[in-house]
Write a protein that binds this ligand. Structure first.
Ligand code: SAM
Length: 246
């Protein structure tokens, strides 16, 4: 059946994604800097600010889906008050292991928890979190609508979801530079730094297949999010999407 076929395809896709992040886990953060020319730092800072973390010691539980090596979690703990706790969920044990080491080195073990799991089936009860984030993770998930429904389910009413993802460059001129950079430079960087061009080839292609900001905002509305907004960053290289559970 058509359904059976797409099930096979999604399993294959997840397998490919898992291989990519196993190969690159230890060099992952360095590659992020090189591939985005350091811009991912500014984009992530914008997302963490948009969480509206409490400054006071009020308890605030945050979930970072596809949180990998914990980059977003550490930023949130730095920016928010003493009541902020972060759960980092990722499907890949190698990425989480790097994150756990960092949390221990920074003595943040009490405030950040690492959970191996799938964004499509979050292992948390309904209405558990004040905010849910996902940065450069949603495009890797085979069934995006399923992951969005799960993010909505685990949010407390009034809570917000933030999705940061590569988007569609809409600035004339910049699009050509971007094409050359992503199709030529990024796979070569991958080869030099991580020893393999293929995973980065995959990443570039997955970015091209991802819906533009308006389409993705519509997908969030379909998953039940309200007051959805999308903010393009750096000429649309990335976009930050915000939605609330009412
Ligand atoms: N959020 C981190 C950051 O911005 O640095 C990591 C982003 S990394 C590009 C994508 C992450 O998505 C990887 O760590 C990968 O293991 C994870 N991932 C892929 N498919 C997933 C799934 N179905 N459920 C949870 N995590 C997944």
């Amino acid at each position: 059946t058509h359904f059976g076929f797409s099930e096979v395809r999604t399993t294959e896709k997840q397998g490919l994604v898992d291989d990519v992040f196993h190969k690159v886990a230890s060099r992952y953060d360095l590659m992020n800097d090189l591939m985005s020319c350091g811009l991912h730092r500014a984009w992530k800072a914008a997302m963490v600010t948009a969480i509206a973390l409490p400054k006071a010691a009020r308890p605030f539980r945050m979930l970072d889906v596809a949180g990998g090596t914990g980059d977003i979690a550490f930023r949130a703990l730095k920016q928010g008050g003493a009541g902020v706790d972060v759960t980092v969920l990722d499907i890949n044990g190698a990425m989480l292991a790097v994150g756990k080491e960092r949390a221990a080195a920074r003595r943040l073990g009490q405030r950040v928890e690492f959970v191996q799991g799938n964004a499509e089936e979050l292992p948390f009860p309904d209405r558990s979190f004040d905010a849910v984030t996902i940065a450069f993770g949603i495009r890797n998930v085979p069934r995006i609508p399923k992951a969005l429904l799960e993010m909505q389910r685990v949010l407390k009413p009034g809570g917000r979801a933030l999705v940061l993802e590569f988007s569609t460059v809409d600035v004339p001129g910049l699009d050509k530079v971007y094409d050359a950079f992503s199709f030529r430079v990024i796979p070569q960087l991958g080869k030099l730094v991580a020893g393999d061009a293929e995973p980065y080839q995959y990443l570039v292609e997955s970015i091209r297949r991802f819906p533009d900001a308006a389409t993705f905002a519509e997908m969030m509305r379909e998953a039940g999010f309200e007051q959805v907004t999308a903010t393009p960053m750096t000429g649309g290289v990335a976009a930050l999407h915000l939605g609330f559970r009412i």
